[in-house]
Design a protein around this ligand. Structure first.
Ligand code: NAG
Ligand code: NAG
Length: 383
């Protein structure tokens, strides 16, 4: 009940905005050439980037993707836990960066030399609600810190911090806070009007970013939310009007979330020395493919390849531990923007990764001669 009266997140946003103004727009620190590009990639998020962590969490058998027809295109030889017919955005990014695929952190005996993936299907930014889905962002962060402490024991604090500061941190999360929790929970909506709820979500995300920064993280890559109201599972919940309309009110939550995250990141860039990020407007990239599928080599931007009911929007794709479920499967996943009721097809993931790589500074994070802003005093320590 106490949650009703408190609203710290808007305050932290206001605080960041104040710092931006107080700084008068001056960049902090000097410029220096980085000694080497990143050889490590750490990933946090939900099913958009979970490469199999949920396979190892006993409490959530119903939210896994390790059964056919997931992994249908055979790239990995079958289902892996990825919520797609094939690879995810982070798989392509690792490949472009010349790294091996980054393994799920929870996989026993996973080789973590090039980073780790902490993402979990169903994850939210706000702490777990007890609905029994994925590991919330805070829980993922705790696993990361556990890994950091064991690295520090092995290599020492300084070396560990140096290695963690060279790495790239990829974060893709937030959809479930809205399409799983908020829109289906009238109680929650009564408690928090949309702006306040979004402020709370962004407040928690901002705090997580700051905690990562404190452990040494400097280079961040975000994948903004797409048009959530167009996911087949959400489209079927929308008003039954003309065919081809998304559930706009839900997409608007994503737009507001993306805007508030952008503002928060601008604040963090001024507040935290050496903090670098890329945060392209993936909402537009995904929306373009949904509304103009033909332009991007797709036939269908509306219906899930795998699912049931209108738009394939009834989330049902293959068998789970609960038993075989009824579902329909399209002939050519690469013709569909949507693989299942919630998730994009590999072809979309590849196009998004390509755009990220070509149109943002992400590539520079992994490249030897990339120039980043750095604290000159830290540089002297290194020399
Ligand atoms: C994080 O979310 C909780 C609700 O789960 C909220 O009470 C808290 O104020 C949020 N924290 C920030 C920093 O916004
Ligand atoms: C829209 O129509 C479908 C069946 O075509 C129905 O299952 C659904 O409940 C309807 N939704 C609304 C919001 O009326």
């Amino acid at each position: 009940m106490g949650r009703l009266t408190s609203s710290p997140p808007p305050i932290s946003i206001v605080f960041l905005a104040f710092l931006v103004l107080a700084n008068g727009g001056n960049a902090l620190g000097g410029s220096s050439t980085e000694r080497s590009g990143a050889r490590r990639l750490f990933i946090f998020g939900d099913s958009t980037v979970d490469v199999g962590n949920n396979n190892y969490i006993d409490s959530i058998p119903s939210h896994r993707a390790r059964h056919p027809p997931y992994g249908l295109n055979g790239f990995f030889g079958g289902p892996t836990g990825r919520f797609s017919d094939g690879r995810l955005v982070v798989d392509f990014i690792a490949d472009y960066a010349g790294l091996p695929f980054i393994p799920p952190f929870l996989q026993p005996s996973a080789k973590l030399d090039n980073g780790a993936n902490f993402a979990s299907g169903g994850a939210t930014i706000l702490p777990e609600t007890g609905k029994g889905w994925g590991l919330a962002l805070g829980t993922q962060l705790n696993l990361f810190k556990k890994m950091q402490r064991s690295l520090a024991r092995e290599f020492g604090d300084a070396k560990t911090k140096e290695q963690l500061s060279e790495a790239v941190y990829f974060i893709s999360i937030g959809s479930n806070d809205y399409i799983v929790d908020y829109i289906s929970d009238l109680e929650l909506q009564k408690m928090y009007p949309p702006e306040e709820y979004i402020g709370m979500v962004i407040g928690n995300l901002t705090q997580a970013i700051q905690e990562l920064y404190e452990t040494g993280a400097r280079k961040f890559s975000f994948l903004s939310l797409g048009p959530l109201g167009c996911a087949p599972a959400v489209r079927v919940l929308g008003p039954n009007g003309t065919h081809g309309r998304c559930f706009e009110e839900v997409s608007e939550l994503a737009v507001a979330h993306n805007n508030m995250l952008s503002a928060s990141l601008v604040g963090l860039e001024y507040l935290l020395e050496g903090f670098k990020y890329v945060n392209p407007n993936a909402y537009e990239w995904i929306g373009d493919r949904i509304y103009h599928p033909l332009k991007y080599g797709f036939i269908d931007g509306e219906n899930a390849c795998c699912g049931r009911g209108p738009y394939g929007g009834i989330y049902s794709c293959g068998d789970t531990k609960e038993g075989m479920k009824e579902y329909e499967l399209c002939g050519s996943p690469e013709e569909h923007v949507w693989w299942d009721s919630y998730h994009l097809s590999e072809k979309v993931n590849e196009q998004l990764a390509k755009k990220l790589w070509k149109n943002t500074a992400l590539k520079g994070f992994f490249t030897k001669d990339s120039v980043i802003t750095d604290d000159p005093t830290n540089l002297q320590d290194e020399l």
